[in-house]
Design a binder for this molecule. Structure first.
Ligand SMILES: NC(=O)c1ccc[n+]([C@@H]2O[C@H](COP(=O)([O-])OP(=O)(O)OC[C@H]3O[C@@H](n4cnc5c(N)ncnc54)[C@H](O)[C@@H]3O)[C@@H](O)[C@H]2O)c1
Length: 262
């Protein structure tokens, strides 16, 4: 039987990179994304290359939508070997200026999306009693912080804390599930345009102006490719590495924060 990988936020960017990488390893891939058209396009592209694919339109911020993803996955394949809780969005402005809708949207996708993935898939993965992996996508901003990235940083610190606690809980019961947390710096993706998937438009122009400044876009353009990130993830799974650092130049930044904390 093929190994099965489930990826949320699979239709573009890092998620697409992960799906393509796992496909080259002859895994079956389950693609979950809120965006219908790119999801269908990736499904068709991978199928044309001979990959076994299931695409499920999913809103990770909704518990019942993630439950539907898990139900369809287990009905089709009966097991999951790699779960990537990867979907994420960004919205930027001084933290006190964020609207309630900003908080609900970003925490809903970035933090609740991972929480729903854990609540829904872990009991099923435990019942499998096979070796399997969970990769939660955080960010370098899950370990440090940067001005103007308030909710995003809160959400990503949450994903790191959630992943650490999950790993401890699973280790305590000698589970066969290994956890990994992905903490990249800039990657060339569509994340600066994440408002394309926002359910409301209440606070759009302001937040988009800040996050999508020329400087920020230039930094992103100079970032790593999703394929390189996917290689890091695949290698970390093989090596059993918990913190997946893709940008070694950030280590001094992390160390400086930890020194300050101490
Ligand atoms: N690009 C970077 O520089 C960078 C750096 C660090 C971490 N990350 C993280 O990587 C992850 C992937 O982002 P990306 O950079 O590939 O951006 P992206 O916008 O290219 O991909 C994100 C995907 O998530 C999907 N998505 C958005 N809302 C969703 C929802 N409610 N339910 C399901 N899917 C949804 C989008 O449709 C999109 O396909 C995110 O968690 C992001 O925070 C990105």
């Amino acid at each position: 039987m093929k190994q099965v990988a489930v990826i949320t936020g699979a239709a573009s960017g890092i998620g697409r990179g992960l799906a393509e990488r796992f496909a080259t390893e002859d895994m079956a891939v389950v693609l979950a994304d809120i965006e219908e058209e790119p999801l269908a396009k990736l499904e068709a592209d991978l199928r044309a290359e001979g990959t076994t694919v299931l695409a499920v339109q999913t809103d990770v911020s909704k518990a019942d939508s993630v439950e539907n993803l898990a139900a369809q996955t287990y009905t089709t394949f009966g097991a999951v070997h790699i779960l990537c809780n990867n979907a994420g969005v960004v919205c930027s402005r001084p933290i006190w200026e964020h609207t309630l809708a900003d908080w609900e949207w970003v925490l809903g996708v970035n933090l609740w999306g991972v929480i729903h993935g854990i609540r829904t898939f872990v009991p099923r993965m435990l019942a499998q009693e096979t070796e399997c992996h969970i990769v939660n996508t955080a960010s370098i901003l899950g370990l440090v912080r940067s001005p103007g990235t308030g909710i995003y940083t809160v959400s990503k610190h949450g994903v790191v804390a959630l992943s650490e606690t999950l790993a401890d809980d699973l280790a305590q019961m000698n589970s066969k599930i290994q956890v990994h947390v992905l903490c990249p710096g800039w990657v060339r993706t569509g994340i600066l345009d994440s408002a394309r998937n926002r359910p409301d438009t209440e606070s759009l122009p302001n937040s988009q102006n800040t996050i999508a400044s020329q400087t920020v876009r230039a930094e992103m353009e100079a970032g790593m490719s999703p394929a390189e990130i996917a290689d890091h993830v695949y290698n970390a799974i093989q090596a059993g590495t918990f913190y997946i650092h893709t940008h070694p130049e950030h280590k001094d930044w992390i160390r400086a924060r930890m020194d300050k904390v101490i």
